[in-house]
Design a binder for this molecule. Structure first.
Ligand SMILES: [Zn+2]
Length: 130
């Protein structure tokens, strides 16, 4: 029965990782959507400002908005990095749990899980880096 309970526990561990990662990545996705909406608003503001001041327009009128847009794009990049870290963690934990005690090595080219000890990726044939 120990073996059975082990696999039940592994199943729960996998489920927990999946659930918390799902919630975390939903949060990140929502934050990215918010930033994109804010960028859209700023873009529209800049467009209107250029139009309404077309005879006297100076770039200094929208400098703040341009800086804000740049900052928001940087934040989006950051959020996307967090997202791919999250995906990598999930792959490693679930890949490990699904295959029991045997750890997997992930291909650096295509990301496919491979058995430890192999020289080349079973999926794409790239050399595996240990
Ligand atoms: Zn590969």
């Amino acid at each position: 029965m120990a073996g059975f309970m082990d696999s039940v526990n592994k199943g729960f561990a996998t489920l927990n990782v999946k659930t918390s990662n799902f919630m975390e990545s939903s949060k990140i996705r929502a934050a990215i959507t918010n930033k994109e909406t804010e960028i859209g608003d700023l873009m529209r503001y800049i467009g209107e400002t250029v139009y309404l001041n077309r005879n006297v327009f100076s770039i200094s009128m929208v400098e703040q908005q341009l800086a804000d847009i740049k900052a928001k794009y940087d934040e989006i990049e950051d959020l996307k990095r967090q997202m791919s870290q999250l995906e990598a963690t999930e792959k490693n934990i679930i890949g490990g749990a699904a295959s029991g005690a045997e750890a997997k090595i992930f291909c650096q080219q295509c990301g496919a899980p491979n058995r430890q000890g192999g020289k080349f990726c079973e999926k794409c044939g790239s050399p595996l880096v240990y």
